[in-house]
Design a binder for this molecule. Structure first.
Ligand code: ADP
Ligand code: MG
Length: 417
């Protein structure tokens, strides 16, 4: 029996492929698998598994074709199942041999069975048992058919079909489905974290909002008291009211900025003026900077710079970088974050420079990878999200940092004229 170990292990290796490919291809992406991915990996898997099958007699080949079809149906749907069926039929006919006829009879029975099993699998709570049952069914049907059509072959290789094939199928299904499920649920967890990261960032910043709202309120309250007590000359009343209105308007603007940033983002892109977005982000971040005794400085070349982007995403991105800059300066004296917006040829350049703690070489290397954070209440997701957003806009980001000196991020995004 050990002589079949090679074959079985090879088939199990193929069964691992979707899991491995998923982890490579989707590693740093903020999306989960697509049907196209499933179709493609299953097609390649099926091809490999049928090219290097296990066999005890020329013309009769056994591989994990039904396992792959079952997996394809579960994750890709019935269309994937049909693609794989077509691929199998074409390839099996090309391979030919004495086993061809039984193979066609077997697929005529097994295919509908795996459709049923996959539907059952998707609806049931007892997935383990159903996948085990599928492994058994995929081994038993060929046995039955061969017993009828190729009795001498079957009787000669009974032990192979009783022991090796069911192990191959059951282990294959188990590996393929459990590992892939695990990879997907990890991904979902990660996507969830990313979603929360936005809320968390805005939550940190919002704590400083209280101060910002309080100042104008105090001013307005003072004016109202003065007016009520009649201690304001008539000609000055209008002036006081105007100031109060300005203060209230400003507060209102800041509040609606917060609300717009914390709202779930729409996916749409539009042409936006980068300078305006930056202004509103600075409005949002100034209270946070004040709270940390950090000043924000903004420099911009005169021209308008327009890019095609989602305004919400751009704000989130800028907030992440500026927030990091402020936090890096929290414990240095005269902390300053300067933001410089300009344009070189076809790119908008946003430089965010702070004179904070800086980073070591080791830290720089890990920048932008998931969960890397040196802060007590950090999530290590801010830059991961930001890097992803930049990449999705065909932009680039570079960083220079010196421990104790400060850090400079330069984000470059294609302009839209
Ligand atoms: P978080 O801010 O939650 O820690 P981020 O992904 O925003 O997560 O940042 C990851 C890490 O990168 C930070 O913990 C910090 O160590 C480092 N970092 C990012 N920006 C700066 C900066 N401007 N100066 C110093 N270190 C920084
Ligand atoms: Mg951060």
């Amino acid at each position: 029996m050990l002589m079949y170990a090679n074959d079985v292990l090879l088939q199990l290796l193929f069964a691992l492929m979707p899991f491995v490919l998923f982890n490579i291809y989707y590693r740093d992406r903020a999306v989960t698998y697509s049907k196209r991915f499933i179709n493609l990996t299953c097609t390649v898997c099926l091809l490999l598994s049928m090219t290097f099958p296990s066999s005890v007699q020329d013309g009769f080949i056994f591989d994990i074709r039904y396992v792959i079809m079952f997996f394809g149906m579960v994750f890709g749907g019935m269309a994937t199942g049909l693609i794989l069926l077509a691929e199998f039929l074409v390839y099996r006919i090309l391979l030919g041999g004495d086993g061809l006829l039984p193979a066609l009879v077997i697929v005529a029975i097994t295919y509908p069975a795996s459709v049923l099993l996959s539907i059952l699998y998707c609806r049931s709570d007892h997935r383990k048992w159903i996948s085990f049952a599928a492994g058994i069914v995929f081994s038993a049907i060929p046995m039955g058919v061969l017993l009828v059509l190729e009795r001498p072959y079957m009787l000669k290789h009974l032990s192979y079909h009783l022991l090796i094939i069911p192990v191959q199928n059951c282990l294959g299904i188990w590996l393929l489905l459990t590992l892939f499920h695990k990879a997907i649920s990890d991904k979902e967890l990660y996507l969830n974290y990313l979603q929360n990261e936005k809320v968390e960032t805005i939550g940190h910043v919002a704590a400083s909002l209280a101060h910002e709202v309080r100042n104008p309120l105090t001013a307005v309250m003072g004016f109202l008291k003065l007016i009520r007590d009649g201690s304001v000359p008539k000609e000055k009343i209008r002036y006081f009211i105007d100031i109060s209105l300005d203060e209230i308007k400003r507060t209102e603007a800041i509040l609606s900025e917060y609300l717009s940033v914390s709202k779930p983002a729409l996916q749409s892109r539009e042409r936006i003026e980068l300078g305006l977005q930056l202004d509103s982000v600075i409005d949002i971040m100034t209270p946070y900077a004040n709270m940390n005794n950090v000043t924000i400085e903004r420099l911009q070349a005169e021209t308008e710079i327009r890019i095609a982007a989602n305004p919400n995403e751009i704000k989130q991105l800028l907030i992440n970088f500026i927030k990091n800059g402020i936090e890096a300066c929290a414990n240095v004296s005269k902390g300053k974050v300067s933001i410089h917006l300009d344009r070189d040829n076809h790119h908008a350049r946003i430089a965010i420079h702070d004179n904070g703690v800086g980073m070591s070489q080791g830290q720089l290397k890990r920048l932008g990878t998931i969960y890397f954070s040196t802060k007590n209440n950090g999530t290590g997701l801010g830059l991961t999200v930001s890097y992803q957003l930049i990449r999705s806009m065909n932009g680039t980001v570079s960083v220079r940092s010196e421990p104790g000196e400060g850090t400079k991020f330069v984000i470059s995004l294609p302009v839209s004229d």
